[in-house]
Design a protein around this ligand. Structure first.
Ligand code: 6R9
Length: 636
């Protein structure tokens, strides 16, 4: 039995580990899990159910993930940097926490939660900027066994309220305001608005960040810094069952309502740590930087849990890539000596569009490994990243995974795997991908394309969708019983490397953020001018996909009213979801292409939005083919 975490170091070791993980998953994962701190070991390694979606890992085990993130490192890494915080404004002070300091801060925050009535199993919604207290708050929830539900601090009041109500959260953690580049946003005000419709919330704990005056609701709202004065510095970790909920994270699917993806304690822990250590080939003195916000799954698994579980030094950045200049990422890398850098293709594409001097004026000597996540990376962006950031010296790990998978599924492992631009590569040990035909038949051999599915459980997989297991079953296991269905299409090349092509469902990926087309349509339809709408994605140079909305209004819109109506629709979407879901193009139409049974033919709208009007396919089933001509003529 291994007593220490090991890392795959050569391609042969990878091949061997992969083989073992498929031949005997129980033994393989028992070995990987062994070195963690367990209060009690498991009875069963895995209970697999890819039909009903009732999968379990390490059942019977007892643990606390924060003992594994923090306590267990204290003896050997107590003075090592755990968390480095780089502020939005480079002229203000960075903050650094050693493992010992972070442990203490997490315990203090955990006591504040306790003192404010938060108990094991309670759901806590966290709506905070990228400040150290966000990381601390997440871990504090895990420390006492409360379920965290982090909501990205760019979502609107309505979106917060939906998530709070779905999870029946009792507590909200927030801040007075936030910095995003040159802008400042009154976060607490957004929370106040949201909570007007959230009766389950008893307590709001506010972290002071900008020093802004905010409304404090008597009997409901308290300041963190005041509560912290009375809180003890030590806090025993709650003993959790392997399959107790660790967190909920809302993500979009093809239906209108985002779903709360549930991850549990032990499997998620083992998966986040194993994938982090191997994909990024982390060495003891590395400084690691993941630019994702903790509001997304990448921030959960690879800014916070993965790095801390592995005892790494993780950097957290409050700002944006373009503030105060488009050289900010590279400046931060040089300033902190970052060795491993993990970001999204959309960030690379937006920086590529700025003068090359922004990157060439930094040395970037410390970099050893680069990563991308969130969407397919096009060859042009890959080349730019490889040449100008990695100086042709650093491998790029293109990591494919999802909120539902908990951690990386298909990726190169540092420099030990074959690299091919725009290809995620090979599955991690424990991941058994297959390509399926639309009818659900496995496609054998290479140089093939199909629906990407996974045919054996892995420790970090989704356990349920909060409050509605049937939805989880249907979405992920219902399409092809016996497989986890990813919603992505993929191609396997001649060497067995996977290239992810994109979603095959009604999900669009805008700057690495997932939205259901129905979700955006629902928002647009809230607007008073609008009767009906249809949203599709189209290729966008920087965002990967842009949002194209075809909208039918109740009254004819005169040309001089057009910009007003469009602005009004955008305002509605911002209020319903948030700025990140703003349509890039709105086209007012008098009708939508529908079949006789009333179904919108999105295939046609997608072609129009993509500008591929010469090849619209079969339009004979349309109720009113004339409408297509009108839509083409008015294309934006
Ligand atoms: C981690 C994360 C998941 C969807 C996924 C796929 C796309 C993610 C990708 C990628 C191509 C990659 N995606 N990584 N596509 N190459 N390396 O992004 O989770 O927000 O749930 O999105 O993102 O379409 O299905 P999430």
């Amino acid at each position: 039995m291994p007593t220490q975490h090991s890392r795959i170091r050569t391609f042969e070791e990878y091949t061997d580990a992969y083989k073992r993980s498929v031949e005997n998953p129980e033994q393989f994962w028992a070995d990987v899990a062994e070195p963690f701190t367990w209060r009690r070991k498991w009875d069963t390694v895995v209970k697999a159910d890819l039909v009903g979606g009732h999968n379990e890992w390490f059942s019977g085990a007892k643990l606390n993930i924060t003992e594994n993130c923090l306590d267990r490192h204290l003896a050997t890494r107590g003075n090592k940097l755990a968390l480095i915080w780089e502020p939005n404004d480079p002229k203000t002070r960075q903050i650094r926490y050693t493992y010992r300091e972070l442990h203490q801060e997490v315990c203090r925050f955990a006591n504040v939660l306790h003192n404010n009535g938060v108990e094991k199993g309670d759901r806590v919604c966290i709506y905070m900027p990228m400040i150290p207290q966000l990381a601390i708050a997440v871990l504090a929830c895990a420390r006492i066994g409360a379920v965290h539900s982090v909501v990205f601090a760019g979502f609107s009041a309505t979106a917060i309220a939906d998530r709070v109500n779905d999870a029946q959260a009792t507590t909200v953690l927030t801040s007075d305001g936030l910095n995003r580049g040159a802008r400042q946003i009154p976060v607490k005000r957004v929370v106040d608005e949201a909570l007007e419709t959230c009766p389950s919330v008893r307590r709001v704990i506010v972290v002071e960040h900008l020093g802004w005056p905010v409304h404090m609701e008597e009997g409901r709202d308290v300041w963190y810094h005041e509560e912290a004065l009375e809180a003890e510095k030590s806090c025993p970790a709650e003993e959790m069952d392997a399959e107790d909920m660790l967190f909920i994270l809302y993500t979009s699917g093809s239906t209108g309502k985002p779903k709360g993806v549930v991850h549990t304690q032990a499997g998620y822990m083992v998966w986040a740590d194993y994938t982090f250590r191997n994909v990024f080939q982390v060495q003891e003195n590395d400084i690691y930087w993941c630019t994702a916000d903790i509001g997304w799954v990448t921030g959960h698994s690879y800014l916070l849990y993965g790095p801390l579980l592995s005892g790494a030094s993780t950097l957290m950045f409050e700002g944006v890539p373009t503030y105060p200049s488009a050289g900010r990422f590279w400046e931060v890398i040089d300033k902190h000596g970052v060795n491993i850098f993990y970001t999204a293709p959309t960030a690379i594409r937006s920086l590529m569009a700025t003068p090359l001097d922004n990157v060439l004026s930094y040395s970037l000597d410390s970099l050893r490994i680069l990563g991308t996540v969130g969407e397919p990376i096009n060859v042009e962006a890959w080349d730019w990243y490889h040449t100008h950031v990695g100086k042709e010296r650093c491998p790029i790990v293109d990591t494919w995974w999802q909120t539902e998978t908990g951690g990386i599924m298909i990726s190169a492992l540092g420099s030990i795997s074959p690299l091919k631009p725009a290809h995620a590569g090979q599955p991690l040990p424990g991941v058994q991908p297959v390509l399926l035909t639309q009818e659900g038949k496995e496609i054998e051999g290479n140089e093939e394309e199909g629906y990407l599915a996974i045919k054996y459980p892995w420790p970090g997989m989704i356990r349920t969708t909060y409050g509605d297991h049937e939805r989880c079953r249907q979405t992920y296991f219902g399409a092809y019983p016996g497989y986890y269905f990813t919603g992505d299409g993929a191609r396997r090349d001649k060497d067995g490397l996977y290239r992810i092509i994109g979603r095959v469902d009604d999900v669009i990926n805008v700057s690495g953020h997932r939205f259901g087309t129905a979700e955006i349509e629902n928002a647009i339809n809230e607007n008073a001018y609008v009767v009906e709408s249809a949203v599709v994605g189209y290729p966008h140079d920087v965002k990967g996909q842009g949002i194209y909305a075809f909208v039918i209004c109740g009254e004819p819109v005169k040309p001089n009213q057009l910009s007003h109506v469009e602005a009004s629709i955008i305002e509605t979407v911002v209020a319903e979801i948030g700025k990140i879901a703003k349509p890039d193009k709105i086209q007012i139409v008098s009708g939508l292409p529908k079949t006789r049974s009333g179904k919108i033919m999105r295939r046609i709208l997608r072609k129009v939005a993509e500008g591929e009007i010469s090849n619209l396919g079969d339009t004979t089933t349309l109720l009113d083919p004339g409408i297509v001509e009108e839509i083409i003529a008015g294309k934006k």
